[in-house]
Write a protein that binds this ligand. Structure first.
Ligand SMILES: O=C(O)C(=O)[C@H](O)CO
Ligand code: MG
Length: 251
């Protein structure tokens, strides 16, 4: 069975960030994700992960402008040099933390030039450090209007164009269901490309088994496919984080 990581941007928000690592481990997680840890001290983050005994699995790049700005800008024409500077910063940050995957966010853009920009930036980023695993994740249009990477089929095309072995697909069950209406079918269509998984139920984006997705069937399909990567819990707890963790012992 895959190993589970707690997304500390979503889970255990009842306590300060540095305490969330140990709370995640106590709850049964062996890894953690943080969307954008850049405002935090690398040393403190690394110590918290090490003391808790959890692996740092995922963070996003490039660092965004959360004050109303889009998430990432790897597909935005004209921002190439900013992308490179910010990507290098993320790479340094990720190396210091031993992060397994860096999720490269496309940002808001449309059209052929945006596509070429995204491919060129990804090629550059993949070549920057061939040992670092990069991922791309499609986002649904309802939650992230205008986001360039808005379908898993487009992501597959982009990956083919980039053609780098260290670029993988991030399969978020909630995103797949929102975009394509059948997360399991998306899993089956793109299994070979998937490097990282995230879970939340649909349509609520709460914990598994709160909505319409058949997680027993999905976990069986993930197991049967031979996927041995991480599964990140990226959902908004319905009540407290602890109260909603029953799904973890049933997975
Ligand atoms: O929203 C999601 O599904 C993500 O994984 C993003 O990283 C959020 O920034
Ligand atoms: Mg996600």
């Amino acid at each position: 069975m895959a190993r589970f990581a707690a997304n500390l941007t979503y889970l255990f928000t009842e306590m300060p960030i540095l305490q969330r690592f140990a709370a995640a481990r106590r709850a049964g997680f062996h890894g953690v994700e943080i969307l954008f840890p850049y405002d935090l001290a690398v040393k403190e983050l690394a110590q918290a992960a090490q003391a808790a005994g959890v692996e740092f699995v995922l963070m996003n790049t490039p660092p965004p402008n959360w004050a109303g700005g889009p998430r990432g800008f790897a597909a935005e024409p004209g921002n190439e040099s900013r992308f490179r500077d910010d990507f290098d910063r993320a790479l340094r940050f990720g190396r210091a933390l031993g992060v397994k995957h860096l999720h490269v966010m496309a940002g808001k853009a449309r059209g052929g030039l945006a596509r070429r920009t995204f491919v060129a930036n990804l090629k550059w980023a993949c070549a920057r450090d061939a040992r670092t695993s990069l991922t791309i994740e499609p986002m649904n249009r309802h939650d992230m209007p205008g986001y360039f990477l808005d379908s898993f089929d487009l992501a597959a095309e982009i990956m083919d164009e980039v053609g780098a072995p260290n670029l993988g697909l991030q399969f978020d069950v909630y995103q797949a269901q929102m975009i394509h209406g059948d997360a399991l079918a998306v899993w089956q269509r793109h299994t070979g490309r998937i490097r990282h998984v995230q879970i939340a139920d649909w349509p609520s984006r709460h914990e598994p088994r709160q909505g319409d997705i058949d997680f027993a069937e999905l976990f069986r399909a993930i197991d049967a496919s031979g996927y041995r990567g991480w599964v990140g819990a990226e959902y908004t707890p319905r009540n407290s984080t602890e109260a909603g963790l029953r799904w973890l012992s049933l997975a």
